[in-house]
Structure formats: C-alpha cells, structure tokens
Design a protein around this ligand. Structure first.
Ligand code: URA
Length: 272
C-alpha cells in the first residue's frame, strides 16, 4: 500500500525544479542524493514525500506534501475545469489557498479522481498526485465505489432477488450516446427499501449505474456516492463542502473488505 503513495524521484525532482529530466542522471552521479540515509543512483527510485528524508550533498530538501481532499459534491456542479455557463465547476468550491499552495510548491494541478455526473452527489476526491489518482482510477486495482441509489419504480421482493443475482453475475449494458455496450463486472446490491438500495461497483464507465438500472427496466431518480474503498464520505460535510484527507485515511481508499454497508443504521441517507 505504501508503494501507491510513492512517486519516481526523477518525476518529483523535475516537477519541483530541482533538476531537468536530461540532467537527473548527472545529478545522481556527481552529487550525493540520499533517501533515508541511503545513496540513490537510480532515477526511477520511488519516494514518499510524506515520510522519506531527502538529502542532497548533506543538505535536507523539504518538499511540500501533495494535496488530498474529499468533497461532498452537490447536484448541479460539473467535474470539468471549465464552467459550462449553465453549471458551476466543482473546482469553484475549492478555496483559493489550495491552488496557491500547489502553484507555490510546483505541485501538479489539483484534479479530481474520476468524475461524477452533474446530477450526482457525494464523495469526490481531489489530489495533486498524478500517480495516486491514476492508481485509484485504474481498472486493474478494482477499487470499490459504493453509491446510494433512489429508484423511480419500486421493485417486488422477487425482482430484488433478480437484481442481486444479475448484478453479481454481470449484465449486458446497452450503448449510450457514443459509448459502446459492455458487460458489467460483478457488483453487489443491498436493498434498503423497494425503491432504494446501495450498489458497489469496481468500474467507472460513462453513466454506469444509470445504465445498469435502465438495462434492468428501472430508472435512477437520485444517485449519491457514499464510499470509495473503505473510506466513507464524511457525514459532517454539507453538499459542496470539503476537507483534507489524512495520511491515515488514504490507504482506506484501496481497501476492499467491508465496502458494502453492513448495517442499515450505519448508512447515510440523502438529506440526513
Ligand atoms: N454512475 C452513474 O450513472 N453516474 C455517476 O455519476 C456515477 C456512476
């Protein structure tokens, strides 16, 4: 898990203006670059800015840590960087001080990990660490995302069982707009009432959940992401609010056990 929060030394050094890609090898050969007391000669060596101690010729280099934020995305906001004219972007809800910190410390741009639709609410992650967001979104990491789903049509007990069976096996999801049809990976549905449930998926295809329910003959009326991995959306965040994610919480994003809600009393409902 530690490995995921590490970045290549050459990436960090060039981004932070310590050297250029062309000169990194020379720097490592001519100067004593050490990480936690060990001399490093390999430009691809992976470092963790939070915990590793970096010295160049005996002088410590303190590099500012990356930004990790969780937002309770509100409806009517878009995940792209440009305002659509109709909707605000989620970036307009981030205090300017974070952008300034990223600029001042030559971090990568603040970006979202994956996207949520304009009318979807809930847990949205922002970071300046490209390796981290890439890993979290990569299909081979199978990171679980849990959503609260409110449906337009109530389902009978028999139909609920059908959903459980079909979603756990995977279903054929028809194409939408320019997106091809696909066979969904196994997912876990937990019914809450005849017209609401929690669904945990490991993919992030365009309109995935809306299309999965449409394929089964229902329609999503409301959608809210409540967890990624084992990291739950902070219940104290009002729609549109955000807070920093602690170093202790970060590994929870990649954990797979217990992502699906255990007890209904622990669940967060819209408007609570
Ligand atoms: N599935 C959807 O249909 N929409 C989202 O925003 C997220 C998952």
């Amino acid at each position: 898990m530690e490995e995921l929060f590490k970045e290549r030394l050459d990436t960090v050094f060039t981004r932070r203006g310590i050297t250029t890609h062309r000169r990194i090898r020379r720097l490592l050969q001519k100067h004593n670059v050490s990480i936690n007391g060990n001399r490093i000669l390999e430009s691809g060596f992976r470092i963790n800015l939070e915990s590793d101690k970096i010295f160049i010729d005996g002088k410590q280099k303190i590099l500012a840590p990356d930004i990790f934020l969780m937002m309770n995305k509100c409806r009517g906001t878009i995940c792209s960087t440009k305002d659509s004219g109709l909707y605000r972007t989620v970036y307009s809800l981030i205090p300017e001080s974070y952008f300034e910190y990223a600029r001042k410390n030559s971090l990568q741009k603040i970006h979202t990990v994956g996207r949520l639709d304009t009318d979807t609410e809930g847990l949205l992650i922002f970071t300046t660490n490209g390796d981290f967001s890439h890993s979290l979104a990569a299909p081979n990491f199978h990171v679980k995302k849990t959503y609260f789903v409110q449906l337009e049509i109530p389902e009978t007990k028999e139909r609920q069982q059908e959903f459980i069976k079909n979603f756990s096996a995977g279903i054929l999801v028809p194409p939408e707009k320019n997106e091809k049809e696909f066979f969904s990976k196994p997912s876990v549905i937990k019914w809450n009432s005849p017209d609401s449930c929690f669904l945990t998926i490991t993919e992030g295809k365009f309109h995935q959940i809306k299309r999965m329910f449409a394929a089964m003959g229902n329609k999503v009326a409301f959608l809210k992401r409540t967890a990624i991995g084992e990291l739950q959306l902070d219940k104290t965040l009002l729609p549109g609010q955000l807070r920093e994610i602690s170093q202790n919480e970060l590994p929870l994003l990649f954990k797979s056990e217990g992502t699906t809600p255990k007890k209904n009393s622990e669940l967060q409902f819209p408007g609570e």
